[in-house]
Design a protein around this ligand. Structure first.
Ligand SMILES: Nc1ncnc2c1ncn2[C@@H]1O[C@H](COP(=O)(O)OP(=O)(O)O)[C@@H](O)[C@H]1O
Ligand SMILES: [Mg+2]
Length: 267
């Protein structure tokens, strides 16, 4: 039987009058890189927070590899590695100490912990700087450290919320190269949010365009581009489905502030 890595059915979340996620149905297939795309305020982070069990879904249901999120939170958490949009590394600790903290948090067996921490630091290409405080790291290195934290428990599903925001193209490629290597080695599923259409086009097997809490289009990047014409880009697709220009969508003050904070701390 085919079990989706993530299945959301009728998922809804409100904040006051704002419907952040609006009756969302979504399946992520095992082993794929799935991109949740949309402008600031589309509802991407809210969706992710419900999938990761950090935020309760008042309406609808979610399962992760067939495990129900509402009734089996702990079991679901064991399956997921999560790189949040906001900073999750402690600047005063070394890279190794940061990853070791997550290894304890995620119950990596004590016997293999030291070895596993070293292994995952090497996988994200931080072995040489592992004993330097994280505050001496570049933006790309911090993001790779956060990747190591999320991967230390060898999750089946890696969830990344805007993993490359504020990074230069070389650092962005560095983060993606590590993700793709580890995915090739383990077969893990990757769910990623981004507002960078070009990045999604290049890296994702399938994408969903999210706008105002709803999915407006879903398919492979090639399918979505092809539906518009031979020269269309994913940016064109987004504009066609939402009527908004991605770069011009203002979002609320709250959205802009939160994006800036994220961009500021990694640059
Ligand atoms: N904790 C919160 N309190 C109030 N409003 C929120 C909260 N979190 C998100 N929102 C609102 O919900 C909508 C979706 O936000 P979010 O999920 O962060 O979008 P995205 O990640 O796509 O930028 C936005 O209008 C945002 O302002
Ligand atoms: Mg977000």
């Amino acid at each position: 039987m085919w079990i989706p890595a993530v299945r959301c059915t009728g998922l809804t979340q409100r904040f006051g009058d704002t419907v952040a996620v609006d009756n969302l149905d979504l399946d992520v297939a095992p082993g794929e890189v799935f991109g949740l795309l949309g402008p600031n305020g589309a509802g991407k982070t809210t969706t992710i927070r419900m999938i990761t069990t950090l935020l309760k879904a008042p309406k609808g249901s979610i399962s992760v590899f067939g495990v129900d999120v509402a009734s089996r939170r702990t079991a679901v958490r064991r399956l997921i590695g999560y790189v949040p949009q906001q900073l999750s590394a402690d600047a005063t600790l070394t890279g190794r100490e940061n990853v070791a903290l997550f290894a304890r948090l995620y119950d990596v067996p004590r016997r293999t912990r030291t070895e596993r921490v070293a292994e995952v630091l090497a996988e994200v290409d931080l072995a040489d700087v592992a004993d330097r405080p994280a505050k001496t790291y570049s933006g790309g290195m911090v993001r790779r450290l956060e990747l190591a934290q999320a991967l230390v428990s060898a999750p089946h599903l890696l969830i990344l919320d805007e993993p490359t925001v504020g990074l230069d193209p070389v650092a962005r490629d560095g983060v993606w190269a590590r993700i793709e290597e580890i995915k090739a080695a383990t077969g893990m599923t990757v769910l990623v949010t981004t507002h960078l259409m070009q990045e999604a086009d290049q890296r994702c097997d399938r994408v969903a365009l999210m706008h105002r809490g709803q999915i407006r289009a879903l398919g492979t990047p090639a399918e979505l581009r092809g539906s518009l014409g031979p020269d269309a880009t994913l940016d064109d697709v987004f504009r066609a489905y939402t009527g908004d220009r991605l770069g011009e969508h203002a979002g609320t003050m709250r959205d802009v502030r939160s994006t800036r904070r994220t961009a500021g701390r990694v640059s």
